[in-house]
Design a protein around this ligand. Sequence first.
Ligand SMILES: *Cc1c(COP(=O)(O)O)cnc(C)c1O
Length: 875
Amino acid sequence: MRAIRRFSVRPVLPADLAALGELAANLRWSWHPPTQALFAEVDPDLWADHHHDPVRLLGAVSSERWAELAADTGFVERVARARADLASYLSADRWYQKVSVAEAETAWPAAVAYFSPEFGITSVLPQYSGGLGILAGDHLKAASDLGVPIVGVGLLYRHGYFKQSLSREGWQLESYPVLDPDELPISPLREADGSVATISLGMPGGPDLLARIWVAQVGRVPLLMLDTDVEGNPDHYREITDRLYGGNSEHRLRQELLLGVGGVRALRVWSRITGAPAPEVFHTNEGHAGFLGIERIRELTADGGPGLTFEEALEVGRGSTVFTTHTPVPAGIDRFPRSLIEQYLDAAGGATPEVPTDRVLALGAEDYEGGDPGVFNMAVMGFRLAQRLNGVSLLHGEVSRGMFKGLWPAFDTEEVPITSITNGVHAPTWVHPEVFAMAAAHGALADPTEVGSAEDTAAYWAAVDKVPGTEVWATKRRLREHLVADARRRLRRSWEKRGATPAELGWIEEALDPDVLTIGFARRVPSYKRLTLMLRDPDRLRGLLLHPERPVQLVIAGKAHPADDGGKRLIQELVRFADEAGVRHRIVFLPNYDIALAQPLYPGCDVWLNNPLRPYEACGTSGMKAALNGGLNLSILDGWWDEWYEPEFGWAIPSADGPGLSGDPDTRDDLEAAALYDLIEHEVAPRFYERDADGVPVRWVEMLRHTWKELGPKVLATRMVGDYVRRLYAPAAGVGRTLDTPDDGYRRARELAAWKARVRGAWSGVRVEHVESHGLPDVTEVGHSLEVHCYVALGELAPEDVEVQLVHGRVDAEDVLEGASASPLALVESYEGNRHRYDGGVELTRSGAFGYTVRVVPRHPLLISPAELGVVATA
Ligand SMILES: *Cc1c(COP(=O)(O)O)cnc(C)c1O
């Protein structure tokens, strides 16, 4: 029978225990084991039955049990202490408050808005699909621990992402359980009169779209989540926030308009209701939220606003926006038909009324070599709407500069203004409490969330150096045991769903072994991640798994996108192999990779395997989580591993991406797989099984200590967020304060826009007319200097509008400058006709083929790169 109406009954907690409700409502519990222990104490069985979900737990406890707990003074006291601890976590000054005061001359932003289509915070709020969402969740949590005043902005998907199970044949099956907001750790934002707060958005040909605003409290950080499943919306609007990454292009566009445009509106409502400061910096996590920049332009240009022009408003928004690109895989970038954008952004009544559609279209146009004129590209718009741009590892920064150099066609790849900040992971979420306990027993701080500064962090992880080898090894074995137990539970459940009878499942009790070298491999399953590379030579793999003295075991997980049949075939291939009776105790595929599966997986692994097709892994973070749990990495030199690999942290699988092979993916896979097998057989397994009299693999444990001590501090999300604050947020806030100035009618923004228009308009008159270098023979010596004077015509521009640069460096056989540097030349004399002489020089510090040229680039105090305007005049 179906109910005709559903509603939720909230639990009533005894007065003395009411704080449990507060503790459940703040997601800080998800990275705070003492609070989790308190929930477990309420009722250990219910805690397990409800998958460690405090909100559900509290709803399930009987009144008798509540009465018992309320009478237990020890428990009541522990609850009071936990509440006091949370209150102090939320209010005390943390890293951000301390450092921003110490460095007061560059006041840090009062608030930063962080937009992302997905947030992976805890398994009980399943609003993520993979790396991007987990990273966003870790960003918010680390920001909370550091006291960074971030506000997250996202959507609330009624079905989240899908749950994965397997058919008997090993084919991925998807299900989409409905999430009831009343059972989620979120609360509606309400107006002063108690009504739920909403925002609205114009839609083509229909009524306005309404969305309510939910708030998830992530420690100190609020996360606003927009939800269109509200009364007052027609049914087809209610479905807009149905699923993450589901539906066709139009569906995606509606979601992204809601996220970007609706997100800015939600922030305004949030500030109005709570009095929170307006964000000074807007951070766009990947292109999906890019429309936030258009909404900010609308605010400044539409009727009733300050009446800026499109260009002036663009400057205001751009100066305070950070855009992070996350993938070099073209399929990972949102591209819409231009016609669809025209339809939804109709200036007369679309999502951002009064903003001229042609201007928006120009921002997302692929108007460069190789671009598609019919397409609107969200990443391209992201680059044009933000002054500060970054990739997520050194290598990915470099790859992105190459990939998007068409947007700055006049400049060499190295000068493309995309920097990089390497991702990190939130240790309190991902490091097993037993690892923290081990460190704490040897002098590390008890509460890792108190670790803020870089020095504290290094000291924290250095404590692991003092742990005796026997203790490291005993801890590692317990972590493997936890994983084995969890994996068996999951295998049993999976096989039951696949239709096996209990009599067929006896083998599961023997699946995996807590003393065998355990290799983990878990990730989404796009083709570049090469889930099945390990199956390239199945006999060789069997040999490794079943080795009589030095066996290895593999724990594998991963979801394929529901529309990706290729990915599902890879999963099936792997599952079929893992189903074989001869190897199934040594290789398992665990369905439904999510945070709950991931948390015991990383600690239980000795080695983390990653074999992407270089350079498509922008960063990768799972190996970092493994490293912090005493795991060694075995990986292709891609993403973060390319940057930080050291032989003491694990092994580099050689990539066969050199010249001559690039055309043949099969050969490449063969070579890389063979290298992988060789490494496992000859390096990894022998080292793991080489033991001293106490049974400890001494060399291995040495590597673990090195990993913790040297790699540990680098891979942390606190390091990452600190980098964002210092390198991007603080300077962006500075520019924002210069340009976003309603009090003086946005004087500097108007000036900047006018200056750019003038410089662009007059640039054709800028020329390097003549260059002379003195006393420089064809061959010279290190230590000599190169002296140059040159004559430059500036047309309509003044000398203060430009910088004349000597660009110098090594040259290749074709006289192309490589990794050149630019030094400014000095104006020495001006002549009639706006012609000028500039002089300067550079000392030759390196031997070899050297070359130089002279160029003129625009100059303005608010530019951060000479490439920003995209214009240059070269000799
Ligand atoms: C860490 C994590 C990811 C992302 O891993 P990558 O190595 O960055 O691809 C995806 N899903 C879950 C559940 C994770 O914990």
